[in-house]
Design a binder for this molecule. Structure first.
Ligand code: BGC
Length: 349
């Protein structure tokens, strides 16, 4: 574990950059600003350590970070339509930071906060954040905790915990953008993807959830057999049109089993995502702002990386048919997601 100064925040506090390395050499760099993953090095087919996530070189870029690159997302990942919700007869009003929706916890969500980092072991780091009652409009004083660990089987394990003194919403995720070809690649359309889901949640033209889940059979959204991300991304389909590609929540078939897998033939790097969450958002980076400067003097390109964000169903607080993201006062909510890296295809042939 190494700790370096990353920069000085606008409010004068110092942010750090932590390096955690596992026994196999897999390395994650994490900043306490936004509890963001800055780099993730895994071996490719030639044994070369390859950085498979987007990131920035400077703290100032993380303080702006419009696409939430690498950051921890909270209190609630994804959109809450209208930015309001009721709990026990009380109406709560949140920021409308995405048109008519509240997105990823609001203007000053967990991605815009300096977390308190503690080294938990040589290959893990725990970050804690105190989010006060009324923070971004959410009820309850809440303590959020994220642990990143690099494991012996080349996984980045992320454990989320949250506890509040009032009933509130807790639905954390991580917003890493992956490109398994490494830092010189501009597109993920040739990556193959598998998603272990029969159903996905539809959205309307404002990208608010409709409350419906559709069967993926016969649609561009069927990834139950590995398929190139680019194969159907331009399909003539309203769901594709509303979000400019893939940006949908998949209802996972087996909790705890593999949620999704991806493979890049060029680097030979595979990735498997396992989670105890009920769903995962597959986002093909359609809204990535072309030209935004990123690590190593490079610039962002639309669809140069993808996200697999494990989460509750979108806008679940409004739809009783979806599992509720609401936690009771004093309840400790916990979930874990692992991104495990392989050399060679992650699935059986
Ligand atoms: C959402 C996208 C959104 C992006 C913001 C993703 O999690 O699914 O719709 O544009 O976050 O960077």
């Amino acid at each position: 574990m190494k700790k370096e100064v990353f920069g000085v925040c606008k409010d004068g506090r110092t942010a750090s950059l932590y390096t955690i390395t596992g026994r196999t050499g897999m390395t994650a760099k994490v900043t306490d600003f936004g509890a963001a993953i800055v780099s993730l090095f895994v071996p490719d087919k030639n044994g070369v350590m390859t950085d498979v996530v987007l990131g920035y070189d400077t703290l100032a870029e993380y303080e702006a970070n419009p696409p939430y690159i690498g950051a921890a997302i909270g209190r609630c990942g994804n959109r809450i339509a209208g930015g309001t919700f009721m709990l026990d007869g009380v109406l709560y009003k949140l920021d409308l930071n995405d048109g008519r929706n509240h997105l990823h916890g609001g203007y000053q969500g967990f991605d815009k906060r300096l977390w308190n980092a503690v080294q938990t072991s040589p290959d893990s780091l725990t970050l804690t954040l105190f989010s006060e009652d009324g923070d971004q409009g959410y009820p309850g004083n809440l303590v959020a905790c994220v642990t990143y660990a690099v494991t012996d089987d080349n996984a980045l394990a992320i454990r989320y915990r949250g506890m509040s003194d009032k009933k509130t919403i807790f639905n954390m995720t991580n917003h890493s953008y992956f490109n398994l070809a490494g830092q010189n690649s501009d597109s993920i359309l040739d990556h193959e993807l598998y998603i272990n889901a029969d159903r996905m949640a539809t959205v309307d033209e404002y990208v608010s959830a409709t409350g419906e889940m559709i069967d993926v059979t016969g649609t561009p959204f069927d990834f139950r057999k590995p398929k190139k991300i680019g194969a159907d991304i331009g399909a003539d389909n309203d769901q594709i049109r509303y979000v400019g590609g893939f940006d949908h929540h998949y209802d996972l078939k087996d909790n705890g089993a593999v949620a999704a897998m991806a493979y890049c033939a060029e680097s030979g790097i595979g990735m498997a995502v396992t989670t105890d969450c009920d769903g995962v958002q597959f986002y093909s980076g359609n809204f990535l702002p072309d030209g935004l400067p990123i690590k190593g003097g490079r610039k962002v390109k639309k669809r140069m990386a993808f996200c697999l964000e494990t989460q509750f169903a979108p806008d679940a607080v409004h739809w009783p048919q979806f599992k509720s993201p609401v936690i009771e006062a004093g309840e400790c909510a916990e979930s874990e997601t692992r991104y495990t890296f392989t050399v060679g295809e992650p699935w059986e042939k």
